[in-house]
Each structure stands twice: as C-alpha cells, then as structure tokens.
Design a protein around this ligand. Structure first.
Ligand code: SAH
Ligand code: SF4
Length: 453
C-alpha cells in the first residue's frame, strides 16, 4: 500500500518515522508521492506542550475525513491511551513510542480483518526496529549523507515540567556494539555524518537492565561511557562528522574535552538546554545544576575552543517565575553567548510535578518574555556571527539553498548554516556531503554568507 508519514516534534520522532518508513518499505509497502496520493497515513505525534498534541490530533482527524487508513504513533498516543479513540472514534490504529516496530504487522491485520481502533502502547518494552534505515536518509535538501542514530531511549531525569519520561518510559542505553554496527552499515551506504540521539545523551550507559560486559564501551561508569562511545564511533571509517543531542552540563567533563581534542570529527557544537537562569527556578524544575555550574560548563567549552557553538532551550513562565527570575534568564543567556535559542512558553502537562502548581504567569506575560528573549537572541546571533567574518569555515555541503537555487548551503562544525554563490553554472554545484572551505564575507543572525576558496 502507498503510505505517508506526517511527523511532529523532536528529532527522536523524525528518527522513529524514518525507522517506520524503512520497516514499511521492507514489508513491501510503497512511499506515496504526497499525502493526497497515500492510502495509509501515519501521524507521528508530540505531546511535550498541549499545542503540539492538538496539532497532531487535528491532522489525524483530517486524514480520517479524507478517508485514508489513519494511524497515530508517538508520544501523544502514550499520553492519551485509549482516550485517543474518544477524540478520534474512527482512528484505525494508535501505537506508542516504544511499539512502532509493530506497525507493518498492524497494517496487515487492518487490511485483512478490517479491524478498527487497534491500540498498542505497551509499557517499557525495548522497541524493535530501532536500527532500520530507509535507503535514502532524511529526504529534502539534505541529501543522503546524514543520519540520525538513537543511542538512548526514554528518560529518568524527571524534570518537574516534563512529560517525556511518562510517555517515552525509563531510560535504556542501546548496547555500544549495536550502535557501532548500525553506524558502520550506514557508512558503507555513503553516510558521512551521524547525529546520536537521546533525551540526555551524556547519561548514556547509566541504565540498561540487560547490559552485559560486551555491551558497555567501558566499565568506568556513565560519565566515561559516553566519551568512550564517541571514540568508538569516531573510529568508524567514512564517518566525517559526529553530532549528538541533547547534552547536560554535568556531562561536560574533562574526558569529553579530551575526546574533542583527539577527534576533530566530533562537531564543535552542543545543544545544552538551560531552561532558566534562576537558581530558584532551576531547583524547582529539578534540573540538577545551578546557574554557576551551567556557566562553568560553558566556560570549559569556550576555553577549549572560543568558536565552540552553543544552542539552548528556555522555558518562560514556569509557575511562580518572577520578573527577577526572568531577568536572571536574560543575563545568563547573555553570559553564555548562545548562538541560537529555542524559547518555549510553559505548558502544564498532566501528571508532571509542576502541573500541581498554579500556572500563574498570564499568557500575555509569557508572550512578552518569549519575545524579549527572541529579540535579545537576534542581536546576540548577529554579534556572534559578525565575529566570524573573515574566518574560513570547513563546510559540509547540504545542497542548493532553499531560497535561491543558484546558491549552495551547508553547515560548519558548529552547525551554523553557511550559504555561498555558485560560480558559473548550477552544474558546478558541489555534491551533498562534500567538504568545502568557505571564507565568510557577511553575516545574519542565523546565517553566514561567504565565498569558496
Ligand atoms: N531531553 C531534552 C528536552 C526534551 S523536550 C533535554 O532535557 O535536554 C524539548 C524542550 O521542550 C525542553 O528542553 C524544554 O525547553 C521544552 N519543554 C519541555 N516540557 C515543556 C513544558 N511543559 N512547557 C514548555 N516547554 C517544555
Ligand atoms: Fe524532559 Fe528533563 Fe528528561 Fe529532558 S531531561 S526529557 S526535559 S525530563
């Protein structure tokens, strides 16, 4: 059957959708050309904020109205459980984040028996099919040289506001040998860049109930396990760049810095969600670091490499967040000198610890704080990028620029987008995955412009 997957939410969901795509292709199904053309539509949902959940449910509703066989997967399914069929009585199937490996089988059953309302949420199972990759990775302009690889599923951090541990379950670190084998296979298919995924990748190795001696990259506890895994991945021939997300300041150890120094292919960028700059709010959130500890991690990275790129997530309007707390977030962001920041308005999620607190920052105030941080970031992004004018960046080509097909776009090691003119004909466009050297001539807050050397 012709299928189409619609993905909401984070990179984890993007990765899970890719795995489902690969599993469906292997089972003899076919990728539709468009949503309209599809017989089966799967909506991969997010529930991290209420709005995200509503979007996914709305999309599935539209697909049902368009008379497609419609399924949902992902985090909103796990949160809503069987109530999802109260919202969408004609939904054909719903599968939680750890059960997506069952989708090809469920679709077969639905076609054979015309079953409706199939629900598979399971509890804390280890998902199957996690290592499946379609032949062409991440479609669109990014070509087929980049791939996401899941190294850690679930989360045991239990930050007060976050629903992820409830929907994605307990932490489980995939055995290092499985990860290395998967990346080796990707490299032999031409993948040059991998991004290792986990909710808090620096906790890699903390918990794996089935873990035995052969699974661990080192016996040295979790702070050591992630750097060891990075080394193992960096030693795979053909892998030129390694990214990972998300990081935690506690994992920014000397050992991690040593790996950076030894392996230039480990990219000089960290997504280091800070959430707040106020110690009072950080403690309430249960983030396990103080403002000073966070800034010490930033200093360590920047002392190692002054051009080290840092991006972050921030929540505005957490219960009880005062103007003074908010000012602390503003000043922390300035001190950390972030290259980019994703700002979220606090959204109470059922069952989380903070949902018991009054959501007392009015929406207009959340919007104002959100806008202030975005405006600050715009100025900071411009200033950071201006400093790079005149420098030469090693850029991995992604393809023609989205806005102007006669320009080429790629990313530097810091994940900064770099765009340059193609001299002469478009046929001289370098291939996606090529490495080129670009001298930066101009800068915008989120884009660097340059010329090839
Ligand atoms: N595991 C990642 C974050 C996953 S959720 C980490 O801890 O680094 C992605 C982002 O969504 C979080 O960093 C946080 O900024 C935001 N977020 C999570 N729960 C939220 C909520 N209830 N309201 C608003 N934003 C939230
Ligand atoms: Fe959520 Fe915190 Fe886990 Fe990130 S580390 S997924 S914010 S509980």
């Amino acid at each position: 059957m012709k299928f189409w997957i619609h993905t909401y939410g984070c990179q984890m969901n993007v990765r899970d959708s890719e795995a489902v795509e690969a599993l469906l292709l292997a089972a003899g199904h076919e990728q539709a050309q468009s949503e309209e053309d599809a017989e089966v539509v799967i909506v991969n949902s997010c529930t991290v904020r209420q709005k995200a959940e509503e979007k996914a449910v709305g999309k599935a509703g539209n697909m049902i109205a368009a008379k497609k066989i419609t399924g949902m997967m992902g985090c909103a399914v796990k949160r809503m459980g069987k109530d999802i069929f109260k919202r969408l009585p004609k939904l054909d199937f719903a599968v939680g984040p750890r059960r997506f490996g069952l989708i090809p089988h469920i679709i077969d059953e639905i076609v054979k028996t015309r079953a409706k309302g199939v629900l598979e949420i399971g509890d804390d199972e280890t998902p199957t099919g996690m290592d499946a990759h379609p032949d062409i990775q991440r479609s669109g302009t990014t070509g087929c040289f980049q791939s996401y690889v899941t190294i850690l599923i679930g989360c045991d951090n239990r930050c007060s506001y976050c629903i992820v541990p409830d929907v994605r379950g307990h932490e489980y670190s995939r055995p290092a040998r499985e990860i290395v084998a998967e990346i080796g296979a990707l490299a032999s298919r031409g993948v040059k860049e991998v991004c290792l995924l986990g909710q808090s990748v620096l906790r890699y190795g903390v918990r794996n109930p089935a873990w035995d001696e052969r699974d661990a990259p080192s016996p040295g506890g979790y702070i050591e396990a992630f750097p060891r895994l990075l080394e193992a991945v960096a030693s795979i021939p053909g892998i030129e760049r390694i990214r990972f997300t998300s990081a935690h300041p506690k994992g920014c150890t000397d050992e991690l810095i040593r790996v950076y120094k030894t392996f230039p292919q480990v990219c000089r960028h960290l997504h280091l969600p800070v959430q707040s700059g106020s110690d009072r709010v950080l403690a309430q959130m249960g983030r396990r670091y103080t403002r000073a500890e966070y800034l010490a991690a930033v200093k360590k990275l920047r002392d190692f490499d002054p051009e080290f790129a840092l991006t972050t997530d921030v929540i505005v309007g957490y219960p009880g967040e005062t103007e003074a707390d908010f000012e602390q977030t503003r000043t922390l962001m300035e001190e950390a000198g972030f290259d980019n920041a994703f700002i979220f308005k606090y959204s109470p999620r059922p069952g989380t610890r903070s949902a018991a607190l009054p959501d007392d920052v009015p929406m207009v105030e959340k919007e104002r704080r959100n806008q202030v941080l975005l405006d600050d970031q715009e100025v900071r992004g411009q200033r950071n990028n201006d400093r790079l004018i005149g420098t030469v960046r090693e850029v991995m080509v992604e393809g023609p620029s989205k806005r102007n097909r006669l320009r080429c776009a790629g990313r530097d090691s810091g994940n900064r987008i770099v765009v340059w003119e193609i001299p002469g004909e478009a046929c001289s466009m370098p291939a996606p995955g090529d490495m080129v050297r670009i001298r930066i001539t101009a800068a915008h807050p989120q884009i660097l412009l340059g010329e090839p050397l």
